[in-house]
Design a protein around this ligand. Structure first.
Ligand code: PMP
Length: 751
């Protein structure tokens, strides 16, 4: 359809036609239209009619189709108000009139329908989005069996013929074509025969949808000019496409439209599976046509109305994990096998899961997918994940997934056999550690790693006593709870066991020593204690996570380790949270302290979520432990874990994630420090790479309410520290500058 063939009539012409053809004395004002010319006719009270002058290329049968559709809809129980067609004084419903170019243009008059364009209503409530779906379903129901020869046309807005739009792909720059390609491929793969067909309205764009003044329900649908015989689900898909524009959570919004629709005209499984592809195809077609029209008619404003938001939306949709939107819609329509409501999942946990585990957030999340630095819930919402340091190289990283699943399909067994993956992994891991730490044990968790470290240290020294930092957590076994003040001094704890000594947490914000000599003064406590009762080991995280993201004054760890070592003890760096490049400047956090441990324990990020841990130590310590009793660990070091862990090392290296941690961490730290100068809520900002803490001037309850609120805004944070008032930031290392900006500019605005 040639947009340039839009009629050239003026408002004065329209007023004249109203008078001459319909005997109406009204004033006329132009309305926007893609390819026709429409005028509102008003009297003193307000709008009365719409005078529609069709595009020169519009066939008479198509206008007749529109008229017949209006009649059908007016006679059906749709709950919507449709315009009525007004005949001219001549008795004609469609009157040809000559344009200034001498061609005949078809004129029709429709009664005015009151309502507010949905595009101008903000925000779109759940109620409104559901009403939109329901309205379209009622229209589709009303049109069941409607037949008109003109509906069987090859029409460029018919989603079946969206390939007419793909002809303009070449007008787009390559980076934009790259966004569209997967959506177009999905459209090409559609099985149209599986989708029920009929005459559809085909144009529920947000300027055509009228809602009540309160913005709670749809009252009318305008403009039947795009009606066509096509897949019925196209009506829903088009409404979804526009409902998703400018939404923080477009899939959640679309899910409400689907729910409303499904409640009136239940979607088949095939339709449910197709609607997302159809909606995305509509957006793709829209931007392709806009590219063409911009070339043909550079000054037609209407063409640009939905273009910019459409691109923003397409970019966002392209960042979602494949299949997730459809999974959400399948849940809405009851086609997701095994899917259950959040309430039923919570109830099952409450009744049958060991009760010693709380859920995050006062309204728990039901997460169904992870992708890069985001988590995706069952209801269609996406969250920026600033919590899960375990998904080190990004959730569901394809290289980790591929490596682990390929190995899973080949062999998974214990480590009493030779295997390439194990050999390669221990070679590569030791190459990343100081040369003295050249013996590795592979285990299944951070707790197992620390548990083994405890045994190694005791075997090597023949002693029992352990030094730990205040507020530390080292794992969930009995022996580790005994060396974790976070636990034994916390709720349900039995206090400090006799064999454990607590060293002051080297906290330069709240602790006793804050000046330039803080490192040596904190280390002096360790030296004193080591002189008095030499321990088997000193366990320390290289920066304290459970202690509230505490970064030690420079040199502390080196001094403390030296004191312990000179008393014959073993120094254990717990890198379970902090290792593998998170520190940014260094691969291991202990390196930022210039310290050399005797044992390093690893876990969490080591295999990107696959359960694994590791202990690295010296040959001398390993030899002391090798007293004849074997250390057997059924799953530790199995080929699948090693494959996943190797892939993590590959990705950290190939994607430059340590450097990203440094650059993004520095950027975030600077931004947070700037915020702190303006926000009395922020007490202290500290961090190293992508391991940061923001200590709030707030109570535990206030801090957790804040974290609940940011979650509602789509950003996941957690709190920690003895006062539970420190916001922890430890996202997957693919977290970038744009994500940091979300955190700095949106999230803190919510606090
Ligand atoms: N050490 C530290 C520092 C930890 O943070 C944790 C887990 N929070 C552990 C050890 C124990 O690891 P896991 O839960 O994998 O056993």
């Amino acid at each position: 359809m040639n947009v340039a063939a839009a009629p050239k009539f003026t408002a004065d012409d329209a007023a004249r036609l109203a008078r001459e053809l319909y005997g109406l004395s009204l004033t006329a004002e132009s309305l926007p239209s893609e390819r026709d010319r429409n005028f509102v006719l008003k009297d003193d009270v307000g709008p009365r009619f719409v005078l529609k002058i069709a595009n020169r290329e519009e066939a008479l049968e198509v206008l007749d189709l529109q008229n017949k559709l209006l009649e059908r809809l007016a006679a059906s129980a749709t709950g919507l108000a449709f315009p009525r067609l007004v005949a001219a004084r001549s008795g004609l419903e469609i009157t040809p009139v000559p344009g200034e170019d001498g061609a005949a243009y078809f004129v029709r008059l429709l009664t005015w329908v009151d309502g507010v364009p949905m595009a101008t209503v903000q925000p779109h409530s759940v109620e409104l989005l559901r009403s939109l779906g329901a309205a379209l379903a009622r229209v589709d129901r009303a049109l069941a069996g409607f037949e008109h020869a003109a509906a069987h046309r090859i029409f460029y807005w018919d989603l079946r013929h969206a390939s007419m739009a793909w002809r303009y792909l070449d007008l787009l720059p390559e980076e934009r074509r790259r966004i569209l390609r997967p959506f177009i491929d999905a459209w090409r793969a559609l099985d149209w025969d599986s989708l029920p067909a009929g005459t559809i309205y085909n144009d529920a764009n947000d300027y055509n949808v009228l809602v009540d003044p309160a913005g709670t329900r749809v009252v009318s649908l305008l403009d039947l000019g795009d009606a066509v015989h096509s897949a019925i689900a196209g009506d829903l898909a088009i409404a979804m496409a526009y409902a998703m524009l400018d939404k923080q959570d477009p899939i959640a919004a679309a899910a409400e439209v689907v729910a409303g629709y499904h409640s009136v005209r239940p979607l088949s499984e095939a339709e449910t599976d197709a609607v997302y592809t159809l909606a995305a195809a509509r957006l793709c077609a829209s931007v392709c046509y806009a590219a063409n029209q911009a070339r043909l008619a550079p000054d037609n404003q209407y063409l640009n109305i939905s273009n910019r938001p459409a691109w923003a939306l397409l970019e966002k949709l392209a960042s979602f994990p494949i299949g997730w939107p459809t999974e959400v819609f399948r849940r809405v329509c009851g086609y997701a096998a095994g899917a259950r409501t959040s309430a039923s999942l919570a109830e099952s946990r409450r009744r049958m899961l060991g009760p010693s585990l709380s859920l995050s957030y006062s309204e728990p999340l039901h997460i169904v997918r992870g992708w890069r630095q985001h988590l995706y819930d069952a209801g269609g919402r996406r969250y920026l994940d600033c919590v899960n340091n375990v998904a080190h190289v990004g959730h569901a990283h394809p290289r980790v997934n591929e490596a682990a699943s390929r190995q899973m399909a080949l062999l998974n067994t214990n480590t009493r056999y030779l295997h390439e993956h194990l050999a390669e992994y221990i070679e590569r891991l030791t190459a990343l550690l100081p040369p003295s730490l050249n013996v590795v044990y592979l285990v299944c968790s951070g707790s197992e790693a620390n548990e083994l470290a405890l045994r190694l240290a005791r075997a090597h020294t023949g002693r029992d006593g352990i030094f730990v930092l205040d507020a530390a957590y080292h794992g969930n076994t009995s022996a580790l709870v005994d060396i974790s003040p976070y636990k034994f001094n916390g709720k349900g704890g039995r206090g400090k066991p006799a064999h454990v000594e607590i060293m002051p947490l080297p906290d330069t914000y709240r602790g006793p020593y804050r000046g330039p000599d803080a490192a040596s003064r904190y280390a002096a406590h360790v030296a004193d204690a080591a002189r008095k009762s030499p321990p088997a080991a000193f366990f320390a995280e290289s920066a304290s996570g459970c202690g509230g993201q505490i970064f030690f004054p420079p040199g502390y760890l080196a001094d403390a380790f030296a004191a312990v070592r000179s008393a014959g003890g073993v120094c254990v760096a717990d890198e379970v949270q902090t290792g593998f490049g998170r520190a940014g400047s260094h691969f291991w956090m202990f390196e930022t302290q210039g310290a050399l441990p005797d044992i390093v324990t690893m876990g969490k990020p080591i295999a990107n979520g696959h359960p694994m841990g590791a202990v690295a130590t010296t040959r001398a310590i390993a030899d002391s432990f090798a007293n004849g009793m074997e250390y057997f660990n059924t799953f530790g070091g199995n080929p699948v874990s090693c494959a996943a862990a190797l892939a993590v090392l590959d990705v950290v290296r190939d994607e430059g994630l340590q450097e990203n941690a440094r650059a993004t961490g520095d950027y975030l730290l600077a931004g947070l420090r700037d915020l702190a100068t303006r926000s009395p809520l922020i007490g202290d900002v500290r961090g190293c790479g992508l391991f940061l803490g923001v200590e709030l001037n707030a109570t535990a309850a206030e801090a957790s309410a804040l974290v609940d609120r940011t979650k509602e805004g789509g950003v996941l944070l957690s709190t920690d520290g003895p006062r539970h008032n420190v916001i922890k930031i430890k996202p997957p290392l693919v977290f970038g500058r744009a994500d940091a900006d979300v955190l700095l500019h949106q999230t803190w605005g919510m606090l």
